[in-house]
Structure formats: structure tokens, C-alpha cells
Write a protein that binds this ligand. Structure first.
Ligand SMILES: NC(=O)c1ccc[n+]([C@@H]2O[C@H](COP(=O)([O-])OP(=O)(O)OC[C@H]3O[C@@H](n4cnc5c(N)ncnc54)[C@H](O)[C@@H]3O)[C@@H](O)[C@H]2O)c1
Length: 365
């Protein structure tokens, strides 16, 4: 039986398990008419959801996607170097620019127009990449170049930071506390946050909001392949093999946050009461066993095999303290794990039925 644990302090219980209410929500009153919005990493999971949100709810805004898209190059861990995919943007009607944020010539294509808002999602998002130079170049240096663009164009910057900055610090995770990353990815995001405060001090006219996403899951993450959320991977194992594998004993906890809540946080950040860095999670830690309980409600029983965890570094518990996000961004997570998974399952079943996962993992997609 799926455990229904709705946090009273959040609005989870406003959304019933059959509701897709979030799909039709416009998160701010402003129509954004005539505004120009740049989304770096717009062919990826979160960026494409953002692009499609603006297209649907702010029709008079101009949206430009800048992304390097995938090519054949890989990291030592075998994963593709960039994970963007044109299929995430099949319904997108705005302009697409292919470019690398670490390449000044590519970035110069952005100079000729004035963006009102930059949503910076492009990054090496694979947390297992060990190449420190590459991660810092793509995540930190390129962010600085984009901040300089904001200074020149007076654009507002909303960028993706990460819960990775907290490393193994005991939950709940709060801004300005326990920021001790355990890998270069987390370090790169922390350096982006420090750069943010430096720019806010030196250029007081700038609006900059950093969003430390926790574990995001939801529609359009297929093309992340092995770096996609455990929710997608466990659901597909259950559908295909009637059996899933979890690290012993499945009680490690994470703050899993549904994509629609992440999009709401980004959009509300456009009207932030204060620039700064904020946590974006559900505000509630849930275990991997909880995910299985939720899946079983819809998919029926399946077997669970608990295996030894081979990783030296594996967070035991993350949970976002979202008090500041609620106060300054007016952010309220709306989706419990139960409802987020239920919403997402129709796309997961389609992925399974069309054998898309095998195509992505076999690198034919
Ligand atoms: N998904 C999560 O759970 C999560 C959690 C914390 C933080 N984040 C951050 O959120 C952002 C978006 O993540 P995502 O999950 O959508 O990942 P993603 O990999 O699907 O999206 C990143 C996009 O950036 C593009 N990109 C990568 N390197 C680039 C470069 N040099 N130039 C131009 N484009 C480039 C990729 O092609 C891809 O489309 C990233 O900054 C990531 O670090 C994600």
C-alpha cells in the first residue's frame, strides 16, 4: 500500500492523485509580453520543460534556447558529454541556437540581442564526471561569462545550483550551513553560488537567483539515460523485469522534487523579493522503499533485490529547508511523491511500451 504522507505545512493535499492541475497553472500574473527569455541547456530535462512552460502560458514572450545538444563524445565513465536532445523540443516553436557555453565565439551570438531574463540550466549535470578541469570550465567559467553578459545587458539571471553543495552534511540542508561538497560537481555549483554573491555586491542593480535543486524527477528526463532519476529507472525495471534492484536496505532518504514544482520555482524567481540562493525541494525526505510503495499502487507487486552499495560516497539523507524559498520566492511545493509519481507514470509506461529506454542506453537515440 502506498504510504500517504502529506506534509501539512505544504499544499500537497490540494492536489488529488488524479489531478494534473499543475499542468494548467501560470505561476506569475505578468503576461511577459514583449520580454525576451534565454534558456541555456534548453534541450535538456529541466530547460525543455521551462521552454514549453513559457510557450504555453506566456505566448507573447520570445523564448530562445541555447544548447550544445548531444554528439558522440563521451566521458571516461561512458556517459555522453552533453545530454540535450531535439526530441525534448519537438513541440517548441521558438528559436534554437546550437552552441557551447564554454566557447566565446558561440556565446557572442547572444550579444546582439537584449535578454530580459536568462535561465541558465546548461552544465555538466552528470555528478559522476571526475574531470575537474572540464566540470569547472563548463559550470563556473561559463557562468561568469553569462553574468558579464547580464551586466552588459541588464538581464535578470536565474540559474541552476544543486543540493550537491551540501555533500554528506546531515539533513535538513540549509543555505549557508554545511556547504561541504563531496565531488567536483557539487564544488562547481558552490563556486557559482559564491560568484553570485560577489556579483550582487559589485553590481547592486543585478537580479540574480540561484536555485539549489534537490533530486528532480518527471517528464522529459529520458534522454539523461543512466543519469536520469531513480524514479524513472526503478519504474522501468519494475515494468520490464517485474523485479528491481536497490542498494541495501532502501532506507536512504532523498528530497525528491517533481518537475512542475521546479518550473514553478524558476518562474516565481522572476519576481523574487530578494536576490540570493535558495533551496528547491519538496521539503520532505523520502526513502527509495517509499518510491517502490508508490510504484506498486499502479504497477502491482514486483520483486525487490537488495544489493551491496559499491559507492564510497553516497548521501544517506537529503532534505531541503525551504523556509527562505517560501518567504522570498513565494514557492510552495505542491506535489507529494505519491502524486508526482502517479502523474509521471503515463509517460514512463509509454517509454516502456516503445522500448525507448533500450534505445537511449544502447546510444541509438
Ligand atoms: N535533474 C536534477 O535532479 C538536478 C539536480 C540539481 C541540479 N541540476 C542542475 O539543473 C540543470 C539542468 O539539469 P538537467 O537535469 O535538465 O540536465 P540535462 O543534462 O538534461 O540538461 C543540461 C543541458 O545542458 C546542455 N549542455 C551541457 N553542456 C553544455 C555546454 N557546454 N554548452 C551548451 N549546452 C550544454 C546539455 O546538452 C543539456 O541539454 C543543470 O545545471 C544541473 O546541474 C539538476
Amino acid at each position: 500500500m502506498c504510504r500517504r504522507i502529506f506534509a501539512k505545512s505544504h499544499n500537497f493535499d490540494k492536489i488529488t492523485s488524479n489531478s494534473l492541475e499543475g499542468d494548467n497553472l501560470q505561476y506569475i500574473d505578468d503576461s511577459l509580453k514583449g520580454k525576451r527569455i534565454l534558456i541555456t541547456g534548453g534541450a535538456g530535462f529541466i530547460g525543455s520543460n521551462l521552454a514549453l512552460y513559457f510557450q504555453k502560458h506566456h505566448k507573447d514572450a520570445e523564448v530562445v534556447v541555447f544548447d550544445s545538444f548531444r554528439n558522440e563524445t563521451r566521458w571516461d565513465n561512458g556517459n555522453l558529454k552533453s545530454l540535450g536532445h531535439f526530441k525534448n523540443l519537438l513541440d517548441f516553436r521558438g528559436e534554437v541556437i546550437v552552441g557551447d557555453i564554454t566557447n566565446k565565439e558561440d556565446l557572442s551570438r547572444l550579444e546582439e540581442r537584449k535578454f530580459d531574463y536568462i535561465f541558465h540550466q546548461a552544465a555538466i549535470s552528470d555528478t559522476t564526471v571526475q574531470n575537474q578541469e572540464a566540470v569547472l570550465r563548463a559550470n563556473v567559467n561559463a557562468y561568469k561569462d553569462l553574468l558579464d553578459l547580464c551586466v552588459r545587458q541588464h538581464s535578470s539571471m536565474i540559474y541552476a545550483s544543486s543540493a550537491g553543495v551540501y555533500g554528506n552534511t546531515p539533513a535538513p540542508n540549509s543555505i549557508n550551513s554545511g556547504e561541504i561538497p563531496e565531488n567536483v560537481y557539487g564544488f562547481s555549483k558552490l563556486m557559482m553560488d559564491h560568484l553570485t554573491f560577489k556579483y550582487l555586491k559589485n553590481f547592486p542593480f543585478l537580479n540574480i537567483v540561484g536555485l539549489r535543486y534537490f533530486n528532480v524527477y518527471g517528464e522529459n528526463e529520458l534522454y539523461k539515460g543512466k543519469t536520469a532519476s531513480m524514479i524513472l529507472q526503478l519504474a522501468l525495471q519494475a515494468l520490464k523485469f517485474k523485479k528491481v534492484r536497490l542498494f541495501k536496505m532502501g532506507e536512504q532518504k532523498r528530497d525528491f522534487v517533481y518537475i512542475q514544482d521546479v518550473i514553478a520555482a524558476n518562474v516565481k524567481a522572476m519576481k523574487a523579493k530578494k536576490s540570493g540562493v535558495y533551496n528547491v525541494g519538496s521539503g520532505k525526505a523520502r526513502s527509495y522503499n517509499d518510491i517502490l510503495d508508490c510504484l506498486k499502487v499502479d504497477l502491482g507487486e514486483f520483486e525487490v533485490e537488495y544489493i551491496e552499495n559499491p559507492y564510497k560516497f553516497f548521501q544517506a539523507h537529503t532534505e531541503a529547508n525551504i523556509i527562505l524559498t517560501e518567504k522570498f520566492l513565494d514557492y510552495q511545493p505542491r506535489f507529494s511523491l505519491e502524486v508526482g509519481i502517479k502523474n509521471y507514470l503515463s509517460q514512463i509506461k509509454a517509454i516502456h511500451n516503445d522500448n525507448l529506454w533500450d534505445e537511449v542506453i544502447g546510444n541509438n537515440a
